[in-house]
Design a protein around this ligand. Structure first.
Ligand SMILES: C[S@@+](CC[C@H](N)C(=O)[O-])C[C@H]1O[C@@H](n2cnc3c(N)ncnc32)[C@H](O)[C@@H]1O
Length: 250
């Protein structure tokens, strides 16, 4: 089991939240794709897997500044969101207010490894870019406890099997935390010990360039369709992808 630097993680994201608080104009959530750094295909697929969430109790797992919580609340879900960073949660509350969905949201400071929700509580769970920050075994045990029987959790995570991409990530200018490690297939396999069903689909082979060329040009070049075609014909390319959508069922 990895040793996690939870305090550093909290401080890193508290600091990051200050920047978000200064940019008040980005609080309105009209277009969730704005927050996805070019992972629109993975997001559309995740929302399709989640199905109709209206009226359901849904968890935004490691919600950060709450853009997904707000989006889910706007779709009619009753949303809980937790995060280790209280400053990120403050941003989430502001977002919820600005978007008029505060009454449908419940944000709490919590560690993924120690959830304080009751057993069998959630109908569905969604998480973006979180599993690769946390202790997978401890968190999976807690997650399965809080999910209703038959409920599904869906995560969009960075895949860490492409060495060149990992090198580029390690040189990233946005900064990284010590806990962060793009997921390996072996990490995903570990989830099988805690859930009745574990499935995953890779995204963004050429699509990974969407974040540099913009979603308009990526759509024009049909990068998502090109990727789907290539990945279905040449499955060996899947491990080179930037993202993976993981779906687990209790
Ligand atoms: C890359 S951010 C993603 C946030 C959000 N899901 C989004 O899409 O903007 C990772 C988030 O995980 C949170 N986090 C990291 N480790 C955590 C832990 N052990 N328990 C709870 N939250 C944690 C961080 O504070 C941060 O907000």
């Amino acid at each position: 089991m990895r040793h996690l630097h939870l305090k550093e993680e909290e401080m890193f994201f508290d600091k990051k939240a200050e920047g978000v608080l200064e940019r008040y104009e980005s609080f309105l959530i009209d277009d969730p794709y704005y927050f996805l750094a070019g992972s629109s295909g993975a997001f559309e697929y995740s929302m399709k897997l989640a199905g109709d969430i209206c009226g359901k109790r849904v968890l935004d797992y490691g919600c950060g500044s709450g853009w997904l919580s707000v989006h889910l609340a706007k779709m009619g879900a009753n949303v809980c969101g937790f995060d280790i960073s209280s400053k990120m949660l403050e941003v989430g509350v502001k977002r919820a207010q600005v978007n008029g969905v505060l009454e449908k949201l419940n944000f709490q400071k919590m560690k993924a490894e120690e959830l304080s929700y009751p057993d069998d509580f959630f109908d569905a769970v969604l998480g973006v870019s979180v599993l690769h920050h946390i202790d997978i075994d401890k968190s999976a045990r807690e997650l399965t406890r809080t999910m209703k029987k038959g409920a599904r959790s869906i995560f969009i995570e960075p895949l860490g099997e492409n060495r060149l991409l990992n090198y580029v990530r390690s040189r990233g200018i946005q900064g990284r935390t010590k806990n962060e490690h793009p997921l390996k297939y072996a990490d995903i396999e570990r989830l099988k010990a805690y859930f009745s069903k574990v499935e995953y689909t890779e995204f963004q082979l050429f699509g990974m360039f969407e974040r540099f060329i913009g979603s308009g040009l990526a759509r024009f070049l049909k990068l998502d369709s090109l990727d789907r075609w290539l990945l279905s014909r040449f499955p060996g390319l899947k491990k080179l992808c930037r993202l993976v959508v993981i779906s687990v069922e209790k």
